[in-house]
Design a protein around this ligand. Structure first.
Ligand code: F0G
Length: 451
């Protein structure tokens, strides 16, 4: 069966091409911009290719109790909204998606927002949101007959790609910045069997080099410049809408690195709205680390019309990106939905991460920018107490255990970074203590905590 109903549309000049005509670097041959997947059949008011909202909602819910492997995937469960494959037999899945949406009682109380939730994408098979995009794009790589796939990465993309390539029986190449990715992520690429090259370059340099390589050799590029990645990564928008019974939340807050994820979630909600599955789109805000904030600067200087790359520095290594590939798409999402683009400091990230930990959830540093950003928006009076807010937690806390341990030991932040926040930090730190092996000593340690 041919399920393929898509074409590619250039985000810059609007040129349309067939999927198979894309250049290896996924840049438009006319203007150099990136492509977006579009489904021409959906623009007809009626017709066989236009999905029926009521039937879809029913079908997607039914699939949750199905015994079919594809229905167990939170991406392919919504396959009617990503008809990118000629045959669904080519789908490579690890049962990604269907991630939990948690209420955050402590942060809710502290911020005076009752309806505050976290969509925990770190609960995916390789521990990050990248799995939802990787199942989609890896399936296309397999269907197109590639033997090799590759990505440049700050760690999570490489972990996801390596796993899905192994499942698909493809070989994979990873380019990462030497010494600048968390060990948990590096160990995954090794475990799943990629050729892993640590380069003396930052993420932006790794991606530049890989772009040259794929233009010379038959290797399928799996960074988020690949528009099929975004088709998978838009599906958490469907899960969120479904979880709220198709009444979308007021506000979604997303971390920003290479800006594929915010672009994808925006596309997901836009499509739900265009197809009549939801009545409106949520406001979507993007939060960056202050040391890696090119989109924030772009909004400050030109309201997202032009972007000047920066040299990126942050301990939230996942978003240590100075020249984000998808910035135009993300800027459009923020502008269209009335969202904000903010940055947060290293201390704000560390504090927010510890607070997510104290909710019993945990997340990696890059994910914690969402809570840090929300706190800033609340302080600015930008959020009403009655609003429903969803934070996208993008990675699992175990991805970067060194960061967590350094925070709790008190060795993460410099005095300069902590200035003015010392008491808050002290209140959150939970160092592991060395205690004598006697009941009295252990009981005393417990008493110390209670105060
Ligand atoms: N959060 C985490 C945990 C990430 O790994 C990334 C990106 C982001 C947020 C930002 O998402 O790039 O779509 O804006 N990680 C990429 C990687 C770049 O290589 O793993 P984005």
């Amino acid at each position: 069966m041919n399920d393929n109903l898509h074409q590619l549309r250039c985000f810059g000049c609007g040129a349309r091409i067939a999927g198979a005509e894309a250049r290896p670097d996924f840049r438009c041959a006319v203007c150099g911009e990136l492509f977006e997947v579009e489904y021409p059949g959906w623009s007809q008011r009626k017709g066989p290719d236009r999905p029926n909202p009521g039937a879809l909602k029913w079908l997607w819910r039914e699939r949750r109790s199905s015994s079919e492997a594809l229905d167990h995937s939170g991406v392919w469960r919504f396959r009617e909204l990503l008809p990118i494959l000629d045959s669904l037999n080519n789908a490579v899945t690890l049962r990604e998606g269907n991630t939990p949406l948690y209420h955050l009682p402590r942060a809710s109380k502290a911020l005076g927002i009752d309806q505050l939730f976290a969509k925990h994408q770190g609960m995916n098979p390789t521990g990050s949101f990248k799995d939802t995009g990787m199942t989609a794009a890896m399936s296309v790589a397999k269907e197109r007959g590639f033997e090799w796939v590759a990505c440049a990465s700050t760690g999570n993309t490489s972990a996801a790609m390596s796993a899905y390539a192994a499942r698909a029986g493809l070989r994979s190449l990873v380019l990462i910045p030497e010494g600048k990715i968390a060990w948990g992520k590096l160990s995954q690429a090794m475990d799943y069997g990629s050729v892993t090259c640590q380069l003396k370059a930052d993420f932006d340099g790794c991606l530049r080099l890989l772009t040259q390589i794929v233009n010379e050799a038959p290797i399928y590029l799996l960074n988020s410049v690949n528009p099929y990645r975004l088709e998978g990564q838009k599906t958490p928008a469907f899960e969120i809408a479904e979880a709220f019974d198709w009444n979308v939340p007021d506000h979604l807050i997303v971390p920003g690195g290479n800006l594929g994820n915010s672009s994808a979630l925006g596309k997901g909600f836009r499509e739900l709205h265009e197809l009549g599955l939801v009545a409106r789109q949520p406001r979507i805000s993007v939060i960056q680390a202050a040391g890696a904030n090119p989109l924030v600067r772009s909004f400050e200087t030109s309201h997202g019309a032009a972007l000047e790359p920066v040299e990126a520095h942050t301990r939230a290594t996942a978003i240590r990106i100075g020249n984000p590939a998808s910035w135009r798409k993300a800027a459009r999402v923020i502008q269209e939905t009335g969202g904000w683009c903010l940055d947060v400091t290293e201390a704000e990230i560390a504090i927010a991460k510890a607070e997510v930990g104290a909710e019993g959830l945990g997340c990696e540093p890059a994910s914690a920018v969402t809570l840090a950003g929300l706190k800033k928006l609340c302080a600015q009076g930008a959020i009403e107490p009655g609003e429903t807010v969803v934070l996208m937690l993008t990675g699992h806390t175990l991805k970067d255990a060194d960061y967590t341990i350094d925070f709790h030991r008190g060795t993460l932040l410099t005095d300069e970074e902590s200035v003015g926040r010392e008491a808050e930090i002290k209140g959150l730190r939970r160092n592991a203590q060395v205690v004598e092996a006697t009941p009295a000593a252990v009981l005393a340690a417990m008493k110390d905590r209670v105060g």
